[in-house]
Design a protein around this ligand. Structure first.
Ligand SMILES: *Cc1c(COP(=O)(O)O)cnc(C)c1O
Length: 356
């Protein structure tokens, strides 16, 4: 039942569902399935993956290999495989005066150059569409995702969309890929899949991938990835209930009102001397704290300015988990406008104390 429901709401063309029990496992499944697809197709040389700088895909060995967040990765680097890293389309990293869309176009040129050199040995490109979350809530233009789909088609490389954090309404649409009007070859889902209540993940893929594994037993083409709690029935029931809430209640419409409210409240920080960027995609908003907004000079990490905002938040009854010097909001969809006001007020007070 859940597989049928997921296929109904997912981007067109995703027609097959493979279950796992957490986000990192879903990423492992997508990486292994892509590699194995090419092997079954007689292309065993495709053993590498392209990942984006600043990306986060989980903390098991394979998922951590394609993750580029030093905090999680550095210690284990000797154990990990090396992906081909492409520069992030993060709009904040664009040239002064360059639009997010122009920056995306420039980063797509880098990706084209990488593919020209490496496509023959690449199985898939993995990205977090629209927002690189754990890496600092770094946001890019939907044009990047659209352009990446076109490049993957041109060079015959899979596209893995890791929507574990951004899926299920977080960016304003049910799935982030919808904003680029594309269908990935693999869509990784978890977190919001059960409304955060029970551990479950799913990897959606298409008929072509499924067909590459469909053969007589003796051909040995099957995909073996069999964790004990894969597709746990209770967790699937929770996911069905979550999807029912999306169809019975105006969750996405209500998120639009709430995220507009959040954006209005955050406008107060736009000209702050220690804020270089206030960015928002749907129900994710982030504030980039810097020593000097004109030069974007960063606060040294050791000063832990974000931590000071967090400690002030606790005093006000608000959890403001920082990512280094980035203060962010990712509220549950049941948040009220009054709670958003409290949340932003606590953050602004906390920022004043943190930069003093
Ligand atoms: C959280 C997350 C993961 C890992 O999920 P876990 O369930 O914590 O293993 C993978 N990718 C993204 C984008 C995430 O945000």
């Amino acid at each position: 039942s859940l597989a049928e429901k997921l296929i109904e709401v997912a981007p067109a063309g995703l027609s097959r569902v493979f279950y796992a029990d957490n986000g990192s496992s879903a990423v492992e499944v997508a990486l292994k399935m892509s590699f194995h697809y090419w092997r079954n197709q007689g292309q065993p040389a495709r053993t590498r993956f392209i990942a984006l700088s600043g990306g986060y895909h989980g903390e098991t060995i394979g998922a951590l290999s394609v993750t580029d967040v030093a905090l999680y990765r550095t210690t284990y680097a000797p154990l990990l495989f090396a992906p081909i890293l492409a520069p992030s389309p993060d709009a904040y990293l664009g040239e002064i005066g360059e639009s997010a869309s122009d920056h995306a176009a420039r980063r797509l040129l880098d990706m084209r150059a990488l593919l020209q050199r490496h496509a023959h040995e690449v199985a898939a490109i993995i990205i977090e569409p629209l927002v690189q979350c754990a890496g600092g809530m770094r946001m890019h233009h939907a044009d990047y995702v659209r352009g990446l789909r076109a490049l993957c088609d041109e060079f015959a490389v899979h596209l893995i969309a890791d929507e574990i954090a951004v899926g299920f309404g977080r960016t304003g649409t049910l799935f982030a890929c919808e904003q680029a009007a594309i269908t990935p070859d693999f869509l990784c889902l978890s977190k919001g899949l059960t409304g955060g209540t029970l551990p479950l993940s799913a990897v959606l893929t298409n008929d072509a991938v499924h067909a590459a594994f469909y053969a007589e037993y003796s051909a040995g083409k099957a995909f073996l990835h069999s964790h004990s709690y894969t597709g746990n029935a209770l967790a699937c029931r929770a996911a069905l209930e979550t999807l029912a809430i999306f169809s019975e209640q105006p969750v996405l419409a209500s998120n639009q009102t709430l995220s507009a409210h959040l954006g209005e409240r955050l406008a107060a920080l736009a000209d702050h001397a220690n804020v270089a960027d206030v960015r928002q995609t749907g129900m994710i908003a982030a504030i980039e704290l810097v020593r000097d907004r004109r030069t974007r000079e960063e606060f040294p990490a050791a000063e832990r300015r974000g931590m000071r905002v967090y400690l002030h938040g606790l005093e006000r009854g608000v959890i403001l988990r920082p990512l280094g010097n980035v203060v962010y909001f990712m509220p549950p969809y049941c948040v009220s406008t009054a709670e958003i006001d409290l949340m932003v007020e606590a953050a602004i007070e906390g920022i004043e104390r943190a930069v003093a």
